[in-house]
Design a protein around this ligand. Sequence first.
Ligand code: PGA
Length: 259
Amino acid sequence: MRKYIFGGNWKMQLPTIKLATETARLIADLMSTVKGVEAFIAPSPNTLFEVGKTIEGTDLKLAAQNMHFMRQGAFTGEVSIEGILEAGCEFVLLGHSERRRIFLENNEDINKKVKLALDNDLKVVLCIGETAKERFDGLMAKVNTDQLSGCLEGVNGNQLKNLIVAYEPVWAINNMYLNPGIEIKAATVEEAIESHKIVRGWFDEIYGVAVADKMRIQYGGSMKPSNASELLRQEDIDGGLIGGASLKADSFIAIMNSI
Ligand code: PGA
């Protein structure tokens, strides 16, 4: 049995320590109403340390939204693994579509980050997903499996116990910079089932059935209390990576409680 896992990706939406710690405290307090799930929040880097202190000792875990692939050095504006471990992070999001498409990270960069994290016992939430055009052109499976093979190059099956995949179709992410001019909506259950099967199938083919069976695959992209339960009922959907609906404690908790 795979345990459901939910992540709140706060992006740059709760940008001050006051906003971030208040929201974190509310969510942490309400975690007592949720049973049988694992949950983390990924606050802005400048708030990470204080949020970490706020939720220390609660059931809510801490994630960073990104990190550099080097431990230390002359990299203006970047965040080191040392800093995020010091802040108390158990997880790091890597390869989010906003990083790939707005900040032009490629699979090779992400692969270096994945290895650095896994080698240092930091759990990775590896985000993958195709754009609307790629899906329209029939490239959904290829784009996602290429991202998996590029980002996981040289990672062995044993290390994958510390990896979670977030399948987030770019066209479903509530972000007008990623999706100019298109109507943004969550994947239908059928679309999500098809993609999640492809992702699990890739793990089966490359790493074998034991790894594939244990791999937790989150769905992300406009998940909210009104559509969560139908998505989460599907065999290959093991939780959610949630942006907008994780910024308010009650909607984030309602999503978790819809399992
Ligand atoms: P959204 O974002 O839930 O606001 O669509 C999800 C994500 O980008 O992780």
